[in-house]
Structure formats: structure tokens, C-alpha cells
Design a protein around this ligand. Structure first.
Ligand SMILES: Nc1ncnc2c1ncn2[C@@H]1O[C@H](COP(=O)(O)OP(=O)(O)OP(=O)(O)O)[C@@H](O)[C@H]1O
Length: 304
């Protein structure tokens, strides 16, 4: 599924923002620019392409959560359009249809667990889709398997007796059980310990290599650099940058101006370049940086 944002502006004031905008129609040509309305998104245009892994970055309050809530029609643009394979999510019936294909995982999704058993929690979405008991059962098993939880051991347990990491997996399984083609994740590893964090990122990587489209909001530039095909950077509700990690992280001063840093190895590579090291790759991670430094040290006779 392709999700296209066309000139989307959004204000939590809703109709009030529209009125303010209308009042100044002669002077202010563009939606999202009315200065006395608070715009969470301003004239955002881009598309999430089928099968891609898109990262979303931005300073606190830049509009990331608001943006992703437009992706399954939880929130509709104050102006502009969001199209799912060409269908406008604001039109009657489209959002509820698209919600079957676009799974949204909120921040700390474990806080939304509610059922008495893991089974019932994971089954909630598929049951709501009107699937028969056999199909629901298949999806619950598959959902739990995908997130690495044992159906036999856990399905009849209360989700509230599980560890925080397991609870988050149950919440993930509930979304996966709806078999969405697009998975939208808001800070999926926030608050996890380092081991669970790595496991979760591995899981997300696998879900992507299985063919799902992934949109991931993250404050970790390292995670975004390691996982994403492209990164969308928001600043004050506008698209500030959209490109590959190498393109986005090439301009550290620009990122700094919107409150973001480059991934640590990339920033270290820039500092080394200033000290005379010849480091040609557009994007460094720990391994490639170590390899290039080692090669140069050897070349200089500095290290064997
Ligand atoms: N329910 C709301 N009512 C009014 N304004 C809101 C509401 N939610 C968010 N906002 C405002 O909309 C703007 C964008 O907020 P949003 O939560 O989308 O940003 P964010 O980039 O996801 O932030 P964070 O990184 O802190 O989660 C901010 O100015 C915020 O204060």
C-alpha cells in the first residue's frame, strides 16, 4: 500500500483554525500558515512507498505523533489529503477499511492491554474484523510466534502478570494479528532495557524483510541510520529533510539547527576528518568507522 500526503496541514483547534485561516484568505494563500492558529503539521507532502522502511525524526513537538495518526485515519487533515492507494482517508468508509492494512503501534502500547488473557488481547483486532474463530485462532498463534512468545505457555495467562518487555510483545502481536501491510511504530523501543531493545529492533528488521512496509518514529539517530531506507525529518510541523540516511546525516549543522544530532559514529568521523583522516564513506557506523581507521593506522605504520 502507498500512503501519500498531499499538502497536509493539521491544527488541534480544528474548525477554529479554519475560521482564522478564512478570515485572512486574501493575505494568506497557504493553509497551515495562519500565524494565530497553532499548526501541528504544515503543508506536509511526501509518500510512504510500498515495502520501504521510513524513519521519522524530529525534535519534541515537531509533529511526529500527529503525522503518523494521519496514516490510518485516526486523525484527518484540517486541510490537504492523505491517500491510501489513491483513496482519500477522509471519505466515508475508507479509513475503517485502510485500518485493516495499516497497523498503528502507539508509544508504550503495553499500557493499552486490557483483556484477562493474552489470547483475548491478541484476538481483539481479528475478532473485530469479523473473522471466524478458526481464523482468529490461527492469527493469534501466528502473532505470538512472530514476536517470539510461546502460545502454549502464555496464551491463557493474564498479560498483566508478564514482564514489561513481554507485555510490549503481546501488544505488538495484537497489531500483527490483523496482518497489516504497513506497520507504523511510534518509538517502539522507548523504555526497554538494552537487551530487549536489540531484540525488538531485530524483530522489526525481520518484519520488514518479510515484505511489510515500516514507518518508525525514533529519537535514536543510530537506530534510524541502521534500519531505514529513508528518513523524514520534521521541524515545527514541516518537512525539513527527506532522504536516505547518508543524505540526511551528511549535513550535521542543518540537523543541529533543528535540535537533532548525527549518529555518534558519523559525528566522530566528521571530527576525525577535521584532524586529517581520509574518511570517504557518506555514512559511518561503528564497524565501518573502526575498519577505515584501522586501515589508515596500518597505512601510516601506526599499528603493525
Ligand atoms: N491533543 C493535543 N491538543 C493540542 N495540541 C496538541 C495535542 N497533541 C499535540 N499537540 C501539539 O501539536 C504539536 C505536535 O505534537 P506531536 O505530539 O505530534 O509532536 P511529536 O514530534 O510527536 O512530539 P514528541 O517527540 O514529544 O512525542 C505540538 O505543538 C503539541 O504541543
Amino acid at each position: 500500500m502507498r500512503l501519500a500526503f498531499e499538502d497536509v496541514s493539521y491544527s488541534y483547534e480544528g474548525g477554529e483554525a479554519k475560521k482564522k485561516r478564512k478570515g485572512r484568505a486574501d493575505r494568506q494563500a497557504d493553509w497551515g500558515n495562519a500565524p494565530d492558529a497553532v499548526w501541528a503539521l504544515r503543508q506536509v507532502s511526501f509518500a510512504v512507498e510500498p515495502g520501504e522502511f521510513l524513519g521519522v525524526a524530529g525534535h519534541t513537538g515537531s509533529g511526529k505523533s500527529t503525522l503518523i495518526q494521519h496514516m490510518n485515519g485516526l486523525v484527518h487533515p484540517t486541510c490537504g489529503r492523505v491517500l491510501a492507494d489513491g483513496r482519500d482517508l477522509a471519505e466515508k468508509g475508507v479509513a475503517s477499511d485502510v485500518r485493516r492494512s495499516v497497523g498503528l503501534v502507539f508509544q508504550y502500547p503495553e499500557n493499552q492491554l486490557f483483556a484477562n488473557t493474552v489470547y483475548d488481547d491478541v484476538a481483539f483486532g481479528p475478532r473485530n474484523m469479523g473473522l471466524d474463530a478458526e481464523e482468529v485462532d490461527r492469527r493469534v498463534r501466528e502473532g505470538l510466534e512472530l514476536v517470539g512468545l510461546s502460545f502454549d505457555e502464555l496464551s491463557e495467562r493474564s498479560p498483566f502478570d508478564l514482564s514489561g518487555g513481554q507485555q510490549r510483545r503481546v501488544a505488538f502481536a495484537g497489531v500483527l494479528a490483523m496482518e497489516p501491510a504497513v506497520l507504523v511504530l511510534d518509538e517502539p523501543v522507548a523504555g526497554l532495557d538494552p537487551l530487549s531493545r536489540e531484540e525488538f529492533l531485530g524483530l522489526i528488521r525481520e518484519l520488514h524483510s518479510d515484505g511489510r512496509t515500516i514507518v518508525m518514529v525514533s529519537h535514536s539517530m543510530e537506530d534510524l541510520a541502521a534500519l531505514c531506507d529513508r528518513i523524514l525529518v520534521l521541524s515545527e510541523g514541516r518537512v525539513f529533510r527527506l532522504g536516505t540516511p547518508a543524505e540526511v546525516f551528511a549535513d550535521a549543522p542543518a540537523l543541529k539547527s533543528v535540535g537533532l544530532g548525527a549518529p555518534a559514529p558519523q559525528a566522530f568521523a566528521s571530527a576525525l576528518r577535521e584532524e586529517g583522516f581520509k574518511l570517504d564513506r557518506p555514512l559511518y557506523n561503528e564497524k565501518t568507522l573502526a575498519a577505515d581507521i584501522a586501515a589508515q593506522m596500518k597505512g601510516r605504520g601506526g599499528n603493525g
